[in-house]
Design a protein around this ligand. Structure first.
Ligand code: TXA
Ligand code: MG
Length: 324
């Protein structure tokens, strides 16, 4: 499924489909202070010039996002990131291991950082990521500066993992939209703060174990809501209520299964073979699909917590509204 697809294999065709003209139109839109829908390997983003406060304000407006929740600045590579923030040895090692890819680093800003205050919600830190998706890479290289891009959903809703879902969520606010196929990863990037002790602010596609293998133990982030303000609110939520760890759904409920199941009816299987990577890639699209059947609730099968399961369960718990 989506997990088998390689970015490079998919990318060439996508880039041809756009042509350089599509990238050029998107770059012109960014330079004009307008918003652009762009694919990344995690989820679709709604992008703006990180150095332009009016453009960044338009993102908060389009998403209905609280202004105390800072945005990730996207760059093509480590060299571009080093113009925005101060890298220590740990940051260098993590970036070398996982960029381009689904890891975001929160670092102290350089005094001359071009990322505007509003993009950082006034913090002296900045969140940075170099996405792997070839269309995102082409856009960032052609634009040349940092692009802030939150997930392209309206605030509180599931992140879009297809072009159609992204356009449905925030397309009305965008001057250009780049198609890049279904997102290979399907969950947002892992967010790690490297300010004092390394902290996991948001679990994601790069697992805790993979990060600890590079920089050693991550501190527990009990106060992550304060450090990563976006984590305060109910998030990723469809219209229908979400019930977790359900083996036998009730009449009227839509069911998201995981692994072999005997349940029949309104059932979508996140991964018939119980593969967490496949389940992650399908999660948000299936929450949306289940929601469209107008069920009394969306019941979700238990998903093991280890590895990528930490991020999947994090998103499900927030979709169910157990936090905030
Ligand atoms: O995969 C992703 O990261 C996607 C794609 C489009 O790249 N983007 C994304 O952005 O998920 P967003 O805005 O939905 O989530 C950014 C997260 C929020 O939890 C925010 O609070 C946190 O990063 N964040 C951003 N800047 C921060 C900072 N300076 N300190 C702490 N947390 C920060
Ligand atoms: Mg988001």
């Amino acid at each position: 499924m989506a997990g088998d697809r390689s970015d490079s294999g998919r990318g060439e065709g996508e880039r041809e489909a756009h042509g350089d003209a599509g990238i050029a139109r998107a770059v012109a839109a960014l330079r004009a202070g307008s918003l652009v829908i762009l694919p990344t390997e995690t989820v679709y983003g709604l992008g703006a010039d990180a150095a332009n406060p009016a453009a960044v304000a338009a993102i908060y407006e389009a998403k209905g996002r609280p202004r105390f929740n800072p945005l990730i600045s996207h760059v093509a590579d480590i060299a571009a990131a080093e113009r925005l923030a101060i890298f220590d040895d740990r940051a260098h090692r993590l970036a070398a291991a996982f960029w381009p890819g689904p890891l975001t680093l929160v670092l102290p800003i350089r005094p001359d950082t071009p990322v505007c205050d509003l993009a950082r919600a006034g913090l002296e830190t900045v969140a940075l990521r170099a996405p792997a998706h070839p269309v995102a890479q082409a856009l960032l290289r052609a634009f040349g500066g940092p692009v802030v891009a939150p997930s392209a959903n309206r605030s509180g809703r599931p992140s879009p993992t297809t072009f159609v879902d992204a356009v449905e969520e925030t397309g009305v606010s965008a001057a250009a939209a780049l198609e890049g196929g279904p997102c290979r990863v399907g969950l947002e990037s892992t967010v790690v703060a490297l300010l004092d002790q390394p902290r996991l602010l948001r679990p994601g596609a790069v697992t805790r174990a993979e990060i600890e293998a590079v920089i050693g133990p991550l501190a527990e982030a009990q106060d992550d809501a304060k450090r990563s303000p976006g984590r305060l609110t109910r998030h990723y939520s469809p219209e229908a209520p979400v019930r977790l760890n359900v083996e036998a759904p009730e009449l009227g409920e839509a069911y998201l299964a995981f692994g072999p199941t005997a349940v029949v009816g309104n059932v979508l299987n996140l991964s018939p073979t119980a593969d967490p990577r496949e389940a992650a890639a399908n999660l948000f699209a299936y929450l949306r699909a289940a929601d469209r059947t107008r069920p009394t609730a969306i019941a979700v099968a238990p998903i093991p917590l280890d590895g990528l399961g930490e991020a999947i369960n994090d998103r499900l718990i927030r979709a169910a509204g157990y936090i905030g």
